[in-house]
Design a protein around this ligand. Structure first.
Ligand SMILES: Nc1[nH]c(=O)nc2c1ncn2[C@H]1C[C@H](O)[C@@H](COP(=O)(O)OP(=O)(O)OP(=O)(O)O)O1
Length: 223
């Protein structure tokens, strides 16, 4: 199906969508900032490396490693640079998905290109910005099925391996909608508009106003 995400029309199959108010349209934006976000998996995607963000926007949230794309860089270059700067490692990153994100507190479009790596070299190292930590990928995420209630129930329970499962309660609120697609290497695209923060000045408390996430039709994650 063709879907209009406000700034782009995409051919994708809906995975999830919703709106705080059924009449709501995508918020208008006229500036775009390009970002990357990179997630490292072990063999078989049973574990994922996330970082606890120690400062700035998203402080206190777990996330992939990433940041702004500098002038003259491709998103793939930036994803690798940020992984090296924030976690001390390199990886053969493959493009996995695209996330468009707006926030009432910051009227520009955050366009995030998302990458995954299935290997890494170097020593995983804490940086000024991120504290890296491995999490167990829940089996339902590997199967590509996403029962949202299960995510809420299971997200913070440690497994037999001593690892916590992916902590959706401590991540950006939309990540639970697309994470299983990242795990299953199913290319995805989506948009989320966040409202005014519930706690003044704390962007982490902003509620989801409207979202749409889908699987891109007809193209593999690596091609
Ligand atoms: N997984 C994610 N889900 C989400 O909804 N928004 C995310 C996200 N990861 C990052 N963002 C948003 C937060 C912020 O607006 C923007 C970039 O956040 P980052 O922490 O990646 O970059 P920084 O602002 O630290 O950039 P640098 O200073 O270049 O490192 O994208």
């Amino acid at each position: 199906m063709l879907v209009n995400l406000g700034v782009v029309e995409v051919d994708a199959t809906e995975v999830t969508s919703g709106s705080a108010n059924s009449g709501l349209s995508w918020s208008h934006i006229d500036k775009t900032q390009l970002y990357t976000n990179g997630f490292i998996f072990n063999e078989n995607s049973t574990k994922v490396l996330l970082g606890l963000k120690k400062r700035g926007l998203g402080c206190g949230f777990y996330n992939g490693f990433g940041g702004k794309v500098n002038p003259g860089e491709t998103p793939a270059d930036a994803a690798l640079r940020e992984l090296q700067e924030e976690a001390g490692i390199s990886s053969n990153l493959a493009h996995a998905g695209t996330l468009l994100f707006t926030s009432a507190a910051d009227p520009k479009l955050h366009h995030i290109e998302i990458y995954r790596g299935d290997d890494w070299s170097g020593e995983i190292t804490e940086s000024e910005e991120m504290r890296p930590e491995w999490f167990r990928v829940p089996s339902y995420a590997r199967s590509g099925v996403i029962p949202t209630s299960a995510i809420k129930e299971w997200s913070d329970v440690p497994g037999e391996d001593g690892l916590r499962t992916v902590p959706f309660g401590q991540m950006w609120a939309d990540d639970r909608f697309w994470f299983h697609l990242l795990v299953a290497k199913r290319p995805f695209i989506g948009r989320v508009d966040f409202g005014e923060p519930l706690v003044k000045g704390d962007l982490n408390s902003a509620p989801l106003l409207k979202w749409w996430f889908g699987e891109v039709n007809g193209k593999g994650a690596d091609g």
